[in-house]
Write a protein that binds this ligand. Structure first.
Ligand code: CDP
Ligand code: CDP
Length: 226
């Protein structure tokens, strides 16, 4: 029988994790799980309800009262909070500014990891985030730590914003991305970090398809037919 693997993709902001993870999941008929969207969903709800992103207990209570769902569609994935589609609302600059503060708390992370592990327990999953190879799926057969220079990542986000018709400032993006990476890497609870057994993939000068092919090849070496 076809082997169903778990594929963990971690790395800093705008490295291309979700774009590539989505394509790989489709190619292999696997489930795609965007864990960043889950932290963004809680941040969105906290902002709506005036819950302080630094108040761990209040955020935990809010999370226990919040249904977060990821639903695949043709374009990729919708994020739902308590049944409402919030896919665009979770990617506003306001949410982006506050998400790392929300994601730093132990109680919040433990509950998120519990939910992510439930979603992935059957295997056949591509999951992207910051702590997937280190904490959420430590036994994943394929672990990728995806990198790209901060200039390249800011440029990618900038181009993406312009394409969507959003306002965008390259210099500000560079600063926002660098600051978020630093905060995510320095937090106490499961910081952004390459797992010892993860493969580092620098995508600075790679096209999306080249990154996809490289990871599918690695999965094939582990026994998957893509
Ligand atoms: O798409 P982008 O790189 O901007 O970020 P994201 O993947 O949506 O993640 C947003 C934020 O959620 C990150 O900056 C982290 O603070 C947090 N996050 C995390 O702590 N752990 C994860 N597994 C995923 C995201
Ligand atoms: O999920 P993450 O924050 O790591 O990044 P993303 O949202 O998947 O990618 C950020 C942008 O970079 C998207 O607009 C991708 O189309 C683009 N990208 C690229 O130009 N070249 C790559 N090799 C990967 C992504």
């Amino acid at each position: 029988m076809e082997k169903k693997l778990s594929i963990a993709i971690d790395g800093p902001a705008a490295a291309g994790k979700s774009t590539v993870a989505k394509i790989i999941a489709k190619k292999l008929s696997y489930i795609y799980i965007d864990t960043g969207a889950m932290y963004r969903a809680l941040t969105y709800k906290a902002l709506q309800q005036n819950v302080d992103p630094n108040d761990e207990q209040a955020l935990f209570s809010l999370l226990m009262d919040t249904d977060i769902a990821l639903k695949n569609n043709e374009a990729g994935q919708d994020v739902l909070v308590d049944g409402e589609v919030v896919s665009n609302a979770v990617r506003t600059p306001e949410v982006t500014k506050n998400v790392s503060a929300v994601a730093q708390h132990k109680l919040v992370r433990e509950e998120m990891v519990r939910r992510q592990q439930l979603l992935s327990e059957q295997g056949g999953v591509v999951m992207d985030g910051r702590d997937i190879g280190t904490h959420v799926m430590p036994n994943a057969e394929v672990k990728i730590f995806m990198l790209a220079s901060v200039d390249e990542r800011a440029k990618r986000r900038h181009d993406e914003n312009l394409l969507k018709g959003f306002e965008s400032n390259l210099e500000e993006l560079k600063q926002e991305i660098a600051a978020r990476d630093k905060f995510d890497s320095e937090r106490e609870v499961s910081p952004l970090k390459k797992a010892d057994d993860a493969l580092e993939l620098d995508t600075t000068s790679l096209a999306i398809e080249e990154v996809v092919d490289a990871i599918v090849r690695i999965a094939q070496e582990k026994g998957v037919h893509g």
